[in-house]
Design a protein around this ligand. Sequence first.
Ligand SMILES: *[C@@H]1O[C@H](CO)[C@@H](O)[C@H](O)[C@H]1NC(C)=O
Ligand SMILES: *[C@@H]1O[C@H](CO)[C@@H](O)[C@H](O)[C@H]1NC(C)=O
Ligand SMILES: *[C@@H]1O[C@H](CO)[C@@H](O)[C@H](O)[C@H]1NC(C)=O
Ligand SMILES: *[C@@H]1O[C@H](CO)[C@@H](O)[C@H](O)[C@H]1NC(C)=O
Ligand SMILES: *[C@@H]1O[C@H](CO)[C@@H](O)[C@H](O)[C@H]1NC(C)=O
Length: 331
Amino acid sequence: MYSLFKLFLVAFPLITLVGAHSPSRYLPITVGSRSTDKTYTIQDFYQGTDFFNDWDFFTGSDPTGGNVNYQNKSSAESKKLAYVNDSATVLAIDSTSKVAAGGYRDAVRITSQKSYNGGLFIMDASKMPVGCSTWPSFWTVGPDWPYGGEIDIVEGINDQTKNQMTLHSGTDNACTIDTDDSDQYTGSVLNTKCYSTETSDSGCSILDASTTSFAYGFNNADGGVFALLWDNSTGMSMWHFARADIPSDLTDKSPTPSTWGTPSGFWSAKTCDITDNFYDQQMVIDTTICGNWASGAYSKSGCPGNCTDMVANATNYVDAKWVINYVAVYE
Ligand SMILES: *[C@@H]1O[C@H](CO)[C@@H](O)[C@H](O)[C@H]1NC(C)=O
Ligand SMILES: *[C@@H]1O[C@H](CO)[C@@H](O)[C@H](O)[C@H]1NC(C)=O
Ligand SMILES: *[C@@H]1O[C@H](CO)[C@@H](O)[C@H](O)[C@H]1NC(C)=O
Ligand SMILES: *[C@@H]1O[C@H](CO)[C@@H](O)[C@H](O)[C@H]1NC(C)=O
Ligand SMILES: *[C@@H]1O[C@H](CO)[C@@H](O)[C@H](O)[C@H]1NC(C)=O
């Protein structure tokens, strides 16, 4: 998400290693296996009228070069770009103002005040932002990028139909996706090296297999749940569940992720030094417009015209909004 050079991934999204997976020598996860059976306990449950008390509104210019004016809390609330409706949290892009081609639309990017060093991170949303030129994301980031690392749980652009999950590691090259363990995730690998720098920051990505994991497919399923399990000794696992498939133990707030089946994405601690590369992560929820990735990939998408012109099309942003039932962190 930090991404100056997401262009790379987009230019070559089909050159994946999927076809190159060697027949899997399946190994059960043995490292720290006891922790994998753990039932997690709720730490923080972000929902309802208090939601925004625990998040800060980012007001700088978009580091990814997007055509957005990020709003502070009072402006976002008065412009109805950030509000709680019933118990759902809505984060929207301005879809009523006249903005010139290449101009900047009001938008919202929020960061959790709390930072974390492991656990199970959940977002339950009924809608996510959709539309050509949009770039929604739910991610976590540590201090002093790239050293504290970055974990992109939900991300994609334009007319993308499947969720792209990515890690960015900072300290060295000791973090890759273990393609020998490819039956430990159901998604397809786009790039194996997590090491990221300011000038080369694709990170290591896995594309979800399901079209209910992103954009219109996600919204048509009444959304669902995205989960990140960060376990230092096992690795990083990510799941997406369409609403009808949400595990009952999660609904009951007593999740045991080892019962959830193969994750969509898995970054094994066997090939990634998790503790070295990821710490003090704050959660971020964002929607930007165009920017390096969405505008760079725009002409290769099925979207009409160009990204610069699309910014002027207010009605394009009517559904560019998150409707979030809750965000939770379990430890
Ligand atoms: C929020 O932004 C508005 C519009 O830019 C500005 O007038 C206001 O002073 C800001 N409020 C705070 C608390 O920074
Ligand atoms: C508020 O929530 C209700 C019930 O979910 C929904 O019908 C309505 O469209 C929402 N309104 C806004 C402005 O988000
Ligand atoms: C994971 O490793 C980090 C970095 O060493 C550490 O701060 C954290 O406490 C560890 N998390 C857990 C849950 O043990
Ligand atoms: C976008 O397309 C319009 C024509 O519809 C053109 O005038 C404009 O220069 C294009 N902008 C960019 C940045 O390519
Ligand atoms: C404006 O956006 C709407 C909704 O995405 C789309 O149907 C329409 O074709 C767009 N108009 C132009 C001129 O691109």
